[in-house]
Design a protein around this ligand. Structure first.
Ligand SMILES: [Zn+2]
Length: 265
């Protein structure tokens, strides 16, 4: 008998622009994704009478782990995550191709997705992807530890998931990300339409950090580096022909940092 029901996903804003995801399964059993700040999560859990059964961690940055101590003091539970996060409370170390079962919810598949950091993990539960700071709605994470080749490979692998997969990422960056997307691909009507949809949601203070993978493939430049029009735009930005997709991706990331005023020159 199949006892797994489709989970309900709750989005909890914490810190300045982070999101923590609560995955609610049967009978209130809940898996928590990332833990930058415990207070709002404990409040949400108590208000909805949820029962936290596990936390999963995507990577070691403080805004994804620093609330673990407080959370675990209130709700002791197993914490899945990369080896680098043991000192923050991870006691179930997982990595590429691992999976674990949460009763009444289903199987979480773990993918190593380095690029933003070397230890970054993404988690797939049925048609949901929790990708932390690797893939953002409309963008991708900055390359703090990894290389452009690693990030491109990670994004290529995420792009192979089912188009109907709903991605859930770690920050409310969509409007900013799409501003750059529209700058890089001014003739992409899907991007223009999405810019308006996201602006509407932001005007109502609604989170925009979930989206179907199919929409990302149409509008997220970091999944579109092989599109001829975008490739031409990147080469125009750099002022030279680029030898391969990895170099084009590296320059696209640089272009975005430059656009944001973050480029290290
Ligand atoms: Zn991060």
């Amino acid at each position: 008998m199949n006892t797994v029901t489709a989970p309900t996903i709750h989005c909890i804003p914490v810190l300045s622009d982070n999101y923590i995801w609560l995955i609610e399964g049967q009978d209130g059993a809940t898996v928590i994704v990332d833990m930058g700040e415990a207070g709002p999560v404990i409040e949400a859990v108590e208000a909805r009478d949820l029962k936290p059964v596990a936390t999963v961690i995507t990577h070691h940055h403080a805004d994804h782990v620093q609330g673990l101590d407080t959370l675990l003091a209130r709700f002791p539970m197993p914490v899945y995550g990369p080896d680098s996060c043991r000192r923050y409370g991870v006691d179930q170390v997982v990595g590429e191709a691992d999976s674990f079962e949460i009763r009444g919810m289903g199987r979480f598949d773990v993918m190593a997705t380095p690029g933003h950091t070397q230890d970054h993990l993404s988690y797939v539960l049925d048609k949901h992807l929790f990708c932390g700071d690797t893939l953002f709605t409309g963008g991708c994470g900055r390359l703090f530890e990894g290389t452009a080749a690693q990030m491109l490979h990670s994004l290529d692998r995420l792009a192979l998931l089912d188009d109907a997969t709903q991605i859930h990422c770690g920050h409310e960056y969509t409007a900013d990300s799409l501003r750059f997307a529209a700058h890089a691909e001014p003739d992409n009507a899907d991007i223009t339409a999405r810019v308006h949809q996201v602006a509407e949601k932001c005007a109502h203070d609604e989170p925009t950090a979930s989206a179907p993978l199919a929409l990302e493939k149409q509008t997220n430049p970091f999944l579109r580096v092989r599109e001829p029009a975008l490739r031409a735009a990147i080469e125009q930005y750099v002022g030279q022909t680029l030898p391969d997709d990895t170099e084009a991706f590296a320059m696209l990331r640089h272009w975005k940092d430059d656009f944001d005023g973050l480029a290290r020159l």
